[in-house]
Design a protein around this ligand. Sequence first.
Ligand code: EPU
Length: 338
Amino acid sequence: MTEIKQNFSLKAYNSFGIDVIATQFLEINTIDDLVSFPALRSSPRPKILILGGGSNVLFINDFNGLVLKNNLKGIAIVKETETEVWIKAASGEIWNELVEYCVSKNYGGIENLSLIPGTVGAAPMQNIGAYGAELKDVFDALEAVNLNDLKTYTFNYEQCRFGYRESVFKHELKDQYFISSVTIRLQKFPKINSSYGQIQHELDKEGVTNPGIADISRIVCQIRKSKLPDPAVIGNAGSFFKNPEITQAQYIELKKIWPEMPGYQTEKGIKVPAAWLIESCGWKGRRIGETGTHVEHALVLVNYGHAKGAEVKALALEIIKSVKDKFGVELNTEVNIV
Ligand code: EPU
């Protein structure tokens, strides 16, 4: 059983590097640490926050409750056929370490998701996605402990209700389950996905004509490193907002005024890059005190060192307002504000 810490700083446990205090902090190294913890069996149980890599959260206040820091480890092949392999990873594993493991074995399916910060448990929570791939494309099942009865349940694809950076765990089941493992289904004869323009462009530039998944992973890492700030150097949580989806009719109207506005067809309408909208409002690279938008990418809000969560949130609200005033488009945050 790990030792509970009282009045504990979360600064080192969130990639924004915001210094807030949690009333109680418990590291979960085994499922038993979780299910046998007395406070979880008491009634009423304390307010709970589950932290993986802390790479998608903005703390605006001290957390008056119990933080469960997920350290569950283990990666195993649980099933395989001649062409496919099912890999079960404990939720506290670092996502990119799972990617590196799969790429090294030539198991294809998550190479486009290289270098996404955070843990395996957070991946289904917000259906992580990048460079033309999403977790849901390889998802098989997950196991999660219900924090009310402390029993483990299995969730299949349908039950997770994945959407764009969405799942049931961000909505109806928010704060009710502790995801303990995720099983993904990968290909032994990988199909390369270079559909995202910049990947193909980089492959051409390097003269790679028959890429393998290691090439894709390497190029994705290069692209990410070239425009997304490293949280170890400058605090951030990746894209702060989701890319808004607007109707075809609204897009046509906006294009009359801003012909250069990019947009991508989706099932629901047109997805417009939030970064473009934000940059067009003059925010890119602007610094306000200890916070601002990143110089290389307008969608990433940063902490220059001593920002308070409230300052970052105030900036986010100003950005939302100016995008709304100029384009009539509503931005929604991707990052969880706690
Ligand atoms: N753009 C600008 N200004 C900028 C940056 C981008 O105008 O400062 C425009 C460009 O037109 C560019 C377009 O925005 O072509 C898209 O930019 P980018 O390829 O960087 O992707 P994104 O839409 O900003 C999304 C994800 C990222 C993911 C990339 C690559 C969301 C909210 N974000 O960003 O995910 O890495 O695509 O697939 O969907 C994250 O979720 O934290 C994240 C980093």
